[in-house]
Write a protein that binds this ligand. Sequence first.
Ligand code: 5GP
Length: 205
Amino acid sequence: MEGKRGNLFIFSGPSGVGKGTLRKKLFELVPDLCYSVSVTTRKPRKEELEGHDYFFIDEETFRDYIKANKFAEWAKVHGDYKGTLVSTIDKALAEDHDMVLEIDVQGAMQIRERYPEGIFIFIVPPSWDELENRLRGRKTEKEDDLKKRLEDARTEMEQAKYYDYMVVNNQLEKAVEELKAIIVSERCRIKKQDKTIMRLFNCSN
Ligand code: 5GP
């Protein structure tokens, strides 16, 4: 990404909509993207790795991080605390890397306050039935937690209007193409290429 300023892409959407799968496919297609690994008090799932999926910490440590202002945003999501470290974002932006944050709507609103230039993308399911099918199909939650996630989905969807883009995850390939198009367009914005302009024309902005 030589000559370009880093972008923050914020992905939100209800649990089970397929954000993780979309992101993985997207990373295969689009070069120079990095992922913001969140901190959480949630217990790791079987296949999850420390530092790759999340940084897993206990609640006391999470509270210490809040007090020490280590979070760019944090929220209680479906009963667990989750947050993005300021250091994670600062490092990406200092190195002009494009970074994807996969966070809930409460966290996204905090990021908008702090980084108004972020690009906010909301991912929706094709229908409520399909969302429930997907959540049940992945078999990662017990019935109570699953119900909570479905309830939370209704509140989360009301926040979609505050985002810049919306992508319907009906067919995976199509949704990934749309995400790619958003990222490529955002990278082409003049204001994101001031370093390239300076280099080419040897002038300051
Ligand atoms: P899961 O528990 O299934 O990994 O994630 C549930 C939800 O937590 C996802 O919808 C995701 O957007 C949200 N989430 C993950 N990391 C963060 C974070 O750092 N901050 C906030 N606010 N939400 C997060």
